[in-house]
Design a protein around this ligand. Structure first.
Ligand code: AHR
Length: 512
């Protein structure tokens, strides 16, 4: 968890001050960078609030249309954005989870207290339900295992239960519970936030515990499991340094958690829907801070891993606002506005620019929790503006990163400022170049000249996401207020692409 310290300086409200209305973006097709790993478009689904129950899982006997218990509408929506990987079951929940509670006949599973988030955990959604869900939507699997209150033995037995072929008792138990073939686990997180809810450990101690767990983590021979160490809270590069120095050789990825809190205060984080321009600005500054964080952690990792074998895995990120007022929801239900879309686009751009080190990321969270893709209310479902960005940006999954230079206006509010225009680019396997442009300024449209260096493009098409207000949201009654539309504001002329970029918008162009 992290709180932004950026807000104090935003308390002044100055008159709007716009330094310009034009920007120049150069896309370097002649200097291709690394692959943008699909997994940076990953998601996080924790056993909390209505993230799983009601959001993903309604059970086979529900009147809500479902596929073997999974909401049909949610499954279809997630398939459409090509979710590459899902992290489960936590979060803080993971370090108190006993996997044995979630296997076997559902009517025999024990209810437990959800000590992390309140209420009771029915365990109706367990290992089989998670692994089948990932299979259903075509996603890789990322299991967070219990280090805080578990043991290496519990971990290795869980992994054997899921992945063993042959005739061991655990493989037979899985078969008796209805799954013949082993599943594939792609990633295992060895604990979560071990500096906090995972056990309040010091990095030296955790690094030794990590080594112990990593020793007993046995991958099936033909399908190696990547081992992700529990990493730092935001700016805490000291954690990354210690863990890398002590356990680096046994680590495949080390995580980073970073949330943007508009006010910078946990006791009053700021409303997801009723905010002013100061909080628009502080949220976008919070998103921009990801760039500095990745650079700092990556530099520390370079000391121990100059060839960048170890990935930086940003397995929790997003905007954390006050819980939706008046809702009866349990934990962490928040609405999602155009502001979330713009900040998500900035963050994804930053991941692209660090694609050499950032090879997985998992937005928090998938459904009904924090900066969600999808909100549900009984049988109703609505796609959020953040979903729309993941939909528009899916063309970057697996593309080759193309460096971009941006020269443009500065967007200022009070004493705060951010670049007015943010951009990213990639070339997909079929040769199509995709360019995303984000206008951070809520008032000022921009004319963006896009120079395509080493790219032979003659035709352009695209989509735009914007809305009447910074605070525009989709609701169950009005689900189409913020949604992508065909964009006709980009034109080729004299070898330059000129783009009329609306204020507070995200545009993704396909150039052929
Ligand atoms: O995403 C919600 C919580 O935030 C997670 O459980 C925890 O890891 C983090 O602090």
């Amino acid at each position: 968890m992290w709180q932004s310290g950026l807000v104090a300086m935003l308390l002044f409200v100055s008159s709007q001050n716009h330094a310009g209305t034009e920007a120049d973006v150069t896309v370097h097709g002649d200097r291709p960078g690394p692959i943008i790993h699909r997994e940076i478009y990953g998601q996080f689904a924790e056993m909390l609030g209505r993230g799983i129950y009601g959001g993903i899982w309604v059970g086979e006997n529900s009147s809500i249309p479902n596929i073997h218990g999974y909401r049909k509408d949610v499954v279809e929506a997630l398939k459409a954005i090509k979710v590459p990987v899902i992290r489960w079951p936590g979060g803080c929940f993971a370090d108190q989870y006993d996997w044995r509670d979630g296997i076997g006949p559902r009517d025999k599973r024990p209810a437990r207290l959800n000590a992390s988030w309140g209420g009771e955990e029915s365990n109706q959604f367990g290992t089989h339900e998670f692994m089948d869900f990932a299979e259903l939507i075509g996603a890789k699997t990322y299991l967070s295992i219990n280090v805080g209150t578990g043991s290496p033995r519990e971990m290795s037995q869980w992994i054997e239960y899921i992945t063993a072929d042959g005739h061991t008792s655990l493989a037979q138990e899985r078969r008796a519970n209805g799954r013949d073939k082993p599943w594939k686990i792609d990633y295992v997180g060895i604990g979560n936030e071990m500096w906090g809810c995972g056990g309040s450990m010091r990095p030296e101690f955790y690094a030794d515990v990590y080594r112990q767990y990593a020793t007993f983590l046995h991958s099936p021979n033909d399908t190696p499991i990547e081992r992700i160490a529990s990493g730092a809270n935001a700016d805490d590069v000291g954690w990354t340094d210690k863990v890398m120095s002590i356990a680096g050789s046994q680590i495949d990825g080390i995580s980073l958690h970073y949330y943007t809190i508009p006010t910078g205060e946990w006791t009053h984080k700021g409303s997801a829907t009723h905010f002013d321009e100061a909080e628009w600005m502080s949220t976008l500054q919070g998103a921009m801070h990801m760039d500095e964080l990745i650079a700092k952690h990556s530099a520390v990792m370079d000391k121990y891993d100059p060839k960048k074998r170890v990935a930086l895995v940003v397995d929790e990120w997003g905007n954390w606002m006050d819980q939706e007022p008046g809702s009866n929801d349990p934990a962490l239900y928040q609405q999602n506005s155009l502001r979330d879309a713009v900040s998500a686009a900035i963050t994804l751009d930053i991941f692209h620019a660090h694609a050499d080190r950032v090879r997985m990321a998992n937005i928090a969270q998938m459904v009904n929790v924090l900066q969600a893709m999808i909100l549900t209310d009984k049988s109703k479902m609505v796609l959020t503006p953040t979903y729309d960005v993941f939909d528009m940006y899916k063309v970057f999954q697996g593309a080759t990163y193309l460096p971009v230079d941006v020269q443009g206006p500065v967007y200022r509010y009070g004493n705060a400022s951010v670049p007015g225009v943010h951009a990213t680019a990639g070339r997909d396997a079929s040769g199509v170049v995709h360019v995303a442009l984000v206008n951070l300024d809520p008032h000022q449209a921009d004319t963006v000249r896009v120079r395509l260096s080493g790219i032979k493009g003659t035709s352009v098409q695209g989509r735009v996401l914007t809305a009447p207000a910074m605070t525009s949201i989709n609701t169950f009654d009005q689900p189409h207020v913020v949604e992508p539309k065909v964009f006709d504001g980009a034109k080729f002329g004299d070898g330059v692409l000129t783009v009329a970029l609306p204020s507070k918008s995200v545009v993704v162009l396909d150039i052929r």
